[in-house]
Design a protein around this ligand. Structure first.
Ligand SMILES: Cc1cc2nc3c(=O)[nH]c(=O)nc-3n(C[C@H](O)[C@H](O)[C@H](O)COP(=O)(O)OP(=O)(O)OC[C@H]3O[C@@H](n4cnc5c(N)ncnc54)[C@H](O)[C@@H]3O)c2cc1C
Length: 372
């Protein structure tokens, strides 16, 4: 391709999805990442809870998470010289109405042990014993070094010749003469293949291309950071959640994250935390613990974007040539990033995927499920 503004692949979105797919593709073809913001990672990728939980999400998510584990533990040296995972643990509590949920969770999970309420309190001494009907512990849940992974993907992309354009919102998208034409504030560029890695905006981007949306819903999730309770070394504590996902808490840099685990559907935008929703979450946290929250140090919110079946949308759209979806990662886009990026690159370069995940998972991810 001789025209300097013509690429093999244009990736819309520089979050973990676009960066990961770009890193896997840049040594195989000429690629560009187009990112609306000044910094890639400004939206969901920079706002996550940075947790890796094998027993989280539906079957395709679990398959992708499992397939990502070895990469996280021993990433290539140019991504990180250290494991991207560190020990954390996950304590799931059955509070009022939660026993059946915990039983179902135990049944569908591996490496999870039921623990007594006394043992739950021994792990996290601020928990009140009375509201805990039952509990389960997943020792293998870990923290993810998200920034190292995201920056590592971008480094790999650039080293292999990939270009990153920031403040480059794609505003128009049309196919002409077998190429996609993408309009950005700096002008038009062309690409044979477009990857739609626009996170919460992915259905809007499909709309620019004249495609029917797949039905993605961005859902707000908020987090408040509070001081560690006096006299406790919180960094040894696991992530603690209510098994019905009504609240969770997690130690971070000597403080505590508390989330109401909200899933409020919203339009894609630069989202911020809703004070009333945070207050509800903090109230649930106070009810479950001996802590009275007197100060919120800071708060933020991010968008977790789900397809109707809560499975990511990864693959070529059967209704348009060379339009590839990489969206709908919900609350799992970091922990699945290594495998989902490999799957995307393999599908785009027509390589086998069987060594990454099963054919059944590839079918489950395909946007064809929305195109009858
Ligand atoms: C509070 C919270 C906690 C979470 N916790 C976890 C967790 O513990 N573990 C986990 O695995 N996942 C977690 N997630 C989910 C994870 O953060 C997301 O799944 C992931 O970051 C999605 O990545 P993305 O690249 O698709 O989206 P984004 O990071 O949002 O990137 C999409 C990018 O596309 C750009 N864009 C959009 N439209 C255009 C356009 N027209 N032109 C150019 N650029 C465009 C946007 O500017 C944006 O930067 C959490 C999410 C939240 C909000």
């Amino acid at each position: 391709m001789s025209d300097s503004a013509t690429y093999d692949v244009a990736i819309i979105g520089g979050g973990i999805a676009g960066a990961g797919a770009g890193a896997m593709l840049a040594d195989k073809c000429r690629c560009v990442i187009l990112e609306s913001e000044e910094q890639p990672g400004y939206h969901s990728t920079g706002r996550s809870a940075a947790t890796f939980i094998l027993n989280y999400g539906n079957a395709p998510i679990r398959a992708l998470t499992r397939a990502s584990e070895s990469f996280f533990i021993a990433p290539p040296r140019h991504i990180s010289e250290h494991s991207l995972l560190s020990p954390r643990g996950h304590l799931a509590l059955a509070e009022e109405g939660g026993r059946a949920h915990l039983d179902a969770h135990l049944q569908e999970s591996q490496g999870l042990e039921e623990v007594s309420s006394e043992s739950a309190v021994a792990k996290v001494p601020i928990l009140r014993r009375e509201p805990i009907l039952a509990a389960a512990y997943e020792a293998d849940a870990r923290d993810i070094d998200v920034n190292s992974l995201h920056q590592g993907w971008l480094r790999q992309f650039k080293r292999a010749g990939g270009e990153i354009r920031t403040k480059a919102q794609v505003t128009q998208l049309a196919q002409k003469g077998g190429l996609w034409e993408l309009e950005t504030p700096d002008g038009t560029l062309c690409a044979k293949t477009v990857i739609n890695a626009a996170g919460a905006w992915a259905d809007k981007v499909a709309g620019l291309a004249g495609l029917t949306p797949v039905g993605l819903t961005p859902m707000r999730r908020s987090i408040a950071v509070i001081p560690a309770p006096a006299g406790h070394d919180v960094m040894t504590w696991p992530l603690v959640s209510d098994v019905q996902e009504r609240w969770y808490m997690k130690p971070d840099a000597g403080q505590l994250f508390v989330s109401p685990a909200d899933e409020d559907p919203v339009e894609p935008h630069d989202v911020f935390a809703d004070d009333m929703v945070l207050a509800e979450g903090l109230h649930r946290f106070e009810t479950a613990t001996s802590v009275e929250v007197t100060r919120v140090l800071r708060s933020w919110a991010g968008l977790r974007t789900f397809a109707p079946d809560r499975t990511p949308v990864v693959g070529f759209d059967p209704s348009a040539e060379n339009f590839f979806w990489l969206a709908g990662q919900g609350g799992y886009g970091i922990q699945t990033s290594p495998a989902i990026s490999q799957v995307a690159a393999a599908l785009i370069t027509k390589q086998p995927t069987a060594e990454i995940v099963s054919d059944e998972t590839i079918v489950a991810l395909s946007p064809a499920r929305f195109r009858n």
